[in-house]
Design a protein around this ligand. Sequence first.
Ligand SMILES: NC(=O)c1ccc[n+]([C@@H]2O[C@H](COP(=O)([O-])OP(=O)(O)OC[C@H]3O[C@@H](n4cnc5c(N)ncnc54)[C@H](OP(=O)(O)O)[C@@H]3O)[C@@H](O)[C@H]2O)c1
Length: 291
Amino acid sequence: MNPSKPAESFKGRLALITGASSGIGEAAAVRLAREGLRLILVARRREKLQSVAARVEAAGGQAHVIVADLTNETDRARVLASAQQMGAVEVLINNAGFGWYGYGSRMPVTLAREMLALNVGAAVDLSLSVLPQMVARGRGHIINVSSIAGNLPNQGIAMYAGTKSFLDSFTTALHRELRGTRVHASLIKPGPVRTAFFDYSEGETSGRRIPAERFAIGAEEVAERIWGLVCRPRRVVYVPRVLMLSQWVEPAVGWLIDRLGPLLLRRQPAYERVEERELSPQRTRRTQRRP
Ligand SMILES: NC(=O)c1ccc[n+]([C@@H]2O[C@H](COP(=O)([O-])OP(=O)(O)OC[C@H]3O[C@@H](n4cnc5c(N)ncnc54)[C@H](OP(=O)(O)O)[C@@H]3O)[C@@H](O)[C@H]2O)c1
């Protein structure tokens, strides 16, 4: 897409947004709908997707809902096949993802696999599936929703930070490979955002609430920056901008985090209480159906 094109030129273009049933994905759907893009909204909860689709339509847009569990390869293939019937996907926003906070040694392996399948596997599958068509058409944009956590391999977020730093490397490399093709790959790296993310990062028996929620910004702010990226593709955007400093935290003070970080994790409330329950058969809140 030509960065200098006015917003008007995106009218009618097809955008696929994963994790569109709440939070950043929902806000991005409503924002893009206001600009006239046609949307494909993907997530597991049908009713939530339908209510987002109603918001999109109220904003003057069109939305097609696909209920899918993106940890599942068959569901991913179904999403791609349904999208294909609607035309060429020109904007792909890989946003579906979740976090978990606690000791890596206590994270249920099944949950870690699920996180890898969603935060990494779904984004890779969908990106590599739509890219050939984008390159052939000479038009398209993949936006991967990462996090500043990708720069901060800190205590408590071993898996989450790992999945986001994968996305960072993957997207940056694609961005470089795509130079000159008129197809773009971009990263959006928010700090804390006020969404259900924090609720679902607490496993029933083993996870804890991710700290930093008190610094959270609204999902609409992230959505606005996503729209900015659609209009003016760039390699990476931090939200808020000041968080670009996060890329220098590890090289500059990683040695200090080595010493103080473990204390911060140990000080988390309820650590002692959950410790015993963690040894019992593990069932996480995430593996139950979300409301
Ligand atoms: N909130 C933050 O502080 C923050 C900060 C930086 C980055 N991020 C990133 O932003 C992205 C969106 O998170 P959010 O904050 O908007 O949280 P959220 O409101 O919990 O949204 C997560 C979305 O992912 C979908 N999802 C979860 N599991 C799925 C699955 N197996 N298959 C398909 N869809 C699935 C959820 O829908 P269903 O439950 O209906 O499937 C929901 O629409 C994530 O990648 C997250 O890592 C968040």
